[in-house]
Design a protein around this ligand. Structure first.
Ligand code: SF4
Ligand code: FES
Length: 254
């Protein structure tokens, strides 16, 4: 399969998205809803490229579109820049207070929006939903509402009884909408009206991860991982391992 991207010819041995191909060729295409570890969703449209093939010309999202034989792809034309700026303004109107989003959009030259600002900090990119479903396998959150009113939430907007408090949703969120706070024995994920009980380190008494998260990890294949480690904080785990190592070395040197 032969493809031309920004004037450079390339031969492909396997199917891949235009975005992946561009990355491999050190061509930078802006993205927002895309995340390496998650499935492609194609909601933000920042990654659009111009494609022509067999006399057809179109604009499509490079994160969802697979390269095809004979495609001629442009990633950085005036038309694309203008469209990306417009898309950027629409995204900014969806989460006008997000500093993370502002920083990202500044790279595209978008610093303000002509559209009505929403009272929200979510751009409905779906990264959190995909992380929860695909990476954690929990499915604690999903899209609710329709059209302009669409948002991400737990069922009935109440404290989730399946969320394990792993914070994957917060880690992948490009706007910083989801904040996680540990206060005493409780982890709060207020964006999803959810709170979880934290487990205490059995050595030093510091709070570590939520009970539910530890139980979920124990269900996974951690046969190589000593069960006692689940009940320790990072520091106590390390010092216990160091002590065991020191004991072995001393024993061997006797
Ligand atoms: S909360 Fe964050 S990750 Fe989830 S859809 Fe909204 S912007 Fe995307
Ligand atoms: S990164 Fe491709 S549509 Fe969002």
């Amino acid at each position: 399969m032969k493809v031309t991207i920004d004037g450079r010819d390339v031969e492909l041995q396997e199917q891949k998205t235009i975005l992946k191909l561009a990355k491999e060729m050190d061509i930078n295409i802006p993205t927002l809803c895309h995340h390496e570890g998650l499935s492609n969703y194609g909601s933000c449209r920042l990654c659009i490229v111009e494609i022509s093939n067999n006399g057809n010309a179109e604009i499509d999202t490079s994160c969802t579109r697979y390269a095809e034989d004979g495609m001629v792809i442009e990633t950085e034309t005036e038309k694309l820049k203008e469209r990306r700026q417009l898309i950027g303004e629409l995204l900014l109107a969806q989460a006008p207070e997000s500093e993370k989003l502002k920083d990202k959009l500044q790279e595209l030259g978008v610093t303000k929006t002509r559209f009505e600002a929403k009272d929200s900090d979510c751009i409905v990119c779906g990264r959190c939903v995909r992380a929860c479903n695909e990476e954690v396998g929990t499915g604690a959150i999903s899209f609710v509402g329709r059209g302009y009113e669409t948002k991400v939430d737990t069922p009935f907007s109440i404290n989730s009884d399946v969320c394990i408090g792993c914070t994957s949703c917060a880690e992948v969120c490009p706007t910083g909408a989801i904040e996680v706070e540990d206060e005493g024995a409780t982890r709060y994920i207020r964006y999803f009206n959810t709170e979880l009980e934290l487990k205490k380190c059995e050595e030093c008494g510091d709070y570590i991860n939520p009970e539910r998260m530890i139980e979920k990890l124990k269900e996974e294949d951690f046969s190589y991982y000593p069960e006692e480690n689940f009940n320790l904080c990072v520091n106590c785990r390390r010092s216990r391992e160091m002590n065991k190592f020191a004991d072995k070395v001393l024993e061997a040197s006797k």
